[in-house]
Design a protein around this ligand. Structure first.
Ligand code: ATP
Ligand code: MG
Length: 427
């Protein structure tokens, strides 16, 4: 036998029956986005590397160490598998002048790629749902986006998720804070780890979201950006908070929640659970009013979030009631291959009515014994077996046997009326 080939480490196959959960989640997402009048955007998975270097930021973990980058073998272009999709959405918005006639509310779902150490809730290919609102400067869209994420998670039956938020103000406020921050960190130089040393001048804000326990206490005492906010920024923040209150979304301020890049402003937030260990951030987002300009577009206010769907589904598995694996409504038992033309034509008619039917498939030299066919029918989870026996077919009928209600009841139904009956089964 030839040598086996396995999936790339940290990249997962999503298989049935688990894939049904994914479909369930995706259906919920589409319905909810539709109710909020958000429209789908799909951008390429591969983008020019420069898009992320500029749009995600040179001093971020993603660009410093997590990107799958390669050179196009044919023309030497520098390309990267998208590690996130906000830069792609903004690139597309600039390229197609999407906001020429007003703001846009967009969402996407799809795979992202980051070269991380694989562990529960952290993969090298993972799926993100994202929502991005382009062209609106007001706090009401920040709140709308947060309410949307909250509704989605609550609608999936999830509990005990807290919302942390902060404000990054505007660039002038951040500059004043940054000076105080660098001075503070310099005073505590002995506690800074290598990452922090490196970021001290390039991106001191990012030191605040360090995961190093040895730096936590020092970081707790650092100057808070909130104390540097002017009236306008405070009003923006308070409006978001008031609107969250009105919509029943509980929130807490976390002064250390940051996105350390100059194109961020005002609101930043995360949705966090304590029930997934260290990978507890389900959703992160914020306002990025400066990003359009960084990517060569006209100044355009924007705000959005990204949600990790593996983590969301892991929490669904942990918290929500049991999930029923999907099953067909009926299983077609075919005693003899001679009946196949009639069987397949009948099943087409049932499916056209929306009934889910699985047809028995033979072994190549026959359809198999009735016993083995009934076993397969049982295993399929179908509620009924449709038995296309030669005697019944000769009379223009099939036998319908109940598989799940314990009765084992069998009735003959005329083929002509089968669809009418089957429609009442639809799951
Ligand atoms: P973390 O601090 O967990 O590394 P992050 O700040 O890198 O998260 P974002 O870039 O804000 O995450 O991405 C948004 C969401 O995508 C995260 O909140 C998380 O739910 C999910 N996510 C990020 N990286 C991964 C990954 N490697 N595997 C699975 N989900 C991920
Ligand atoms: Mg990360």
């Amino acid at each position: 036998m030839a040598e086996k080939i396995n999936a790339v480490k940290g990249m997962n196959d999503i298989l049935p029956p688990d894939s049904a959960r994914w479909e369930w989640l995706e259906d919920k997402v589409r319905a909810l986005m539709g109710r909020h009048a958000y429209r789908m955007i799909r951008t390429p998975i591969v983008e020019p590397t420069a898009l992320f270097v500029r749009g995600t930021g040179e001093t971020t973990d993603i660009v410093e160490k997590e990107m799958y980058s390669f050179e196009d073998r044919l023309n030497g272009e520098q390309l990267t598998l998208r590690p996130e999709n906000t830069p792609g959405v903004v690139r597309a918005a600039i390229e197609h002048n999407l906001t020429y006639d007003g703001g846009k509310r967009l969402y996407y779902m799809g795979p992202m790629f980051r070269h991380e150490r694989p562990q529960r809730g952290r993969y090298r290919q993972f799926y993100q749902l994202g929502a991005e609102v382009l062209g609106f400067p007001g706090p009401e869209v920040d709140a709308e986006l947060m309410v949307l994420a909250h509704r989605l998670l609550a609608g999936l039956g999830l509990r005990n998720i807290r919302v942390e938020m902060n404000s990054l103000g505007v660039p002038t406020e951040r500059r004043a804070h940054r000076e105080a921050l660098v001075a503070y960190f310099e005073q505590h130089g002995a506690v800074l780890d290598a990452d922090a040393q490196r970021r001290l001048h390039a991106n001191p804000l990012r030191i605040l979201d360090t995961k190093n326990p040895a730096m936590q206490e020092m970081v707790q005492g650092a100057p808070k950006l909130l104390d540097y906010l002017g009236e306008g920024s405070l009003k923006h923040l308070e409006t978001v908070q008031r609107l969250l209150d009105a919509c029943g979304v509980p929130w807490a301020v976390n002064a250390r929640l940051v996105r350390g890049l100059d194109y961020y402003s005002h609101t930043v937030f995360e949705f966090i659970t304590d029930e997934l260990g260290a990978q507890g951030t389900l959703c992160g987002g914020g306002r990025y009013d400066g990003l359009f300009e960084v990517l060569g577009g006209k100044p355009t206010p924007a705000v959005g979030w990204g949600m990790g769907l593996e983590r969301v589904l892991e929490l669904v598995r942990q918290q929500a009631a049991t999930f029923e694996a999907p099953a067909p409504d009926a299983y077609a038992i075919v005693p003899s291959a001679d009946a196949l033309p009639q069987v397949m034509a009948t099943l087409q008619a049932l499916r056209a009515e929306g009934v889910s039917v699985q047809m028995h498939a033979g072994s190549g030299d026959g359809m198999g014994s009735m016993k083995s066919q009934f076993k397969k029918a049982d295993a399929s989870g179908a509620r009924y077996a449709l038995i296309f026996g030669p005697d019944e077919l000769a009379q223009g009928a099939v036998t319908v046997k109940a598989l799940r209600d314990g009765s084992g009841a069998q009735v003959q139904r005329p083929l002509a009326a089968l669809a009418e009956w089957a429609v009442t089964l639809q799951s």
